[in-house]
Write a protein that binds this ligand. Structure first.
Ligand code: KIV
Ligand code: NA
Length: 279
């Protein structure tokens, strides 16, 4: 497969071909996403929850993102790799946003950054774009702003809310974002916004009217312990946890019963050497 570039993504958008995007947070999760033909791999700061066991994304640092982005770009051969700018690494000044974005490109070799926010973050988007680093914007439910939003709640469900979303969408497009993630908003609103914009929209909980879709890999592969709450928009396409659990259960049983390791898992040695060693 030829490497996906920003030009490839623009051409998919022009042709109306949906863009398939998935998160990865380390080497193996990136390998499988790339092998499955993802157009875009996102190193999302959701790795806070799915990889680091945190309750939300707020404590993730730029150092954390550099480490995870590096492991992902080592694996990916074809997909376009986007790295999230974590909370606190881009909101202070546009200059701070540029410095953080440059670090992710130089030290982790990602091809674009994603940052959360609309109208208020337009100056940061403009500055990063001007520095030659493509920006994916992220509006609607912006998890880094959960305290301001009153939790992880769908956005744009009122007329005023929908108008605010449209204003944010226009602002990020005008500022130079080449793509925008729409998270947890009514499908009709996402479809209208998608029609009005001239850059691709990537939906997560935003219906099928977007230019593409993104999901968190650990969620959609079912690689999580039973009982975990999943957002309404997640579809579980596989059952990786159950598969891994079954294998580990069996391993434990075979260790306890000495069934494992069997002869074929064991190194051979000449019997005479053993005899001599024993003497
Ligand atoms: O962090 C993340 O995984 C994300 C996507 C869900 C859009 O931002
Ligand atoms: Na994120």
């Amino acid at each position: 497969r030829k490497p996906v570039t920003i030009t490839t993504l623009r051409s998919m958008y022009r042709k109306g071909e949906p863009i398939a995007m998935l998160t990865a947070h380390d080497f193996p999760s990136a390998l499988v996403a790339d092998a499955a033909g993802m157009d875009v791999v996102l190193v999302g700061d959701s790795l806070a929850m799915v990889s680091l066991g945190m309750n939300d994304t707020n404590a993730v640092t730029l150092d954390d993102m550099v480490l995870h982005c590096r492991s992902v770009t080592r694996a990916v051969r074809s997909a376009f790799v986007v790295g999230d700018l974590p909370m606190g690494s881009y909101e202070v000044t546009p200059q701070q946003a540029v410095e953080s974005a440059i670090r992710l490109v130089k030290q982790a070799h990602i091809q674009a950054v994603k940052l959360e926010g609309g109208v208020d973050l337009a100056p940061a988007i403009k500055a990063v774009t001007s520095a030659g680093i493509p920006v994916v914007a992220h509006i609607g439910l912006t998890p880094q702003r959960q305290n301001a939003l009153g939790g992880f709640r769908a956005q744009g469900k009122s007329v005023a809310g929908a108008l605010k979303l449209l204003e944010d969408a226009y602002a990020v497009q005008e500022a130079g974002a080449f793509m925008v993630v729409l998270e947890a908003i009514p499908a009709e609103i996402a479809a209208i916004i998608t029609k009005k914009l001239r850059i691709p929209t990537i939906g997560i909980g935003a219906g099928h009217g977007c230019s593409g879709q993104v999901l968190v890999q650990v969620d959609m592969t079912g690689n999580f312990a039973p009982g975990r709450h999943l957002p309404k928009f997640v579809k579980k396409f596989a059952n990786v946890w159950a598969e891994a659990k079954q294998g580990i259960d069996q391993y434990r049983a075979e260790v306890k019963s000495r069934q494992y390791p069997a002869k074929e898992h064991t190194y051979a040695i000449d019997g005479e050497h053993v005899a001599e060693f024993q003497r």
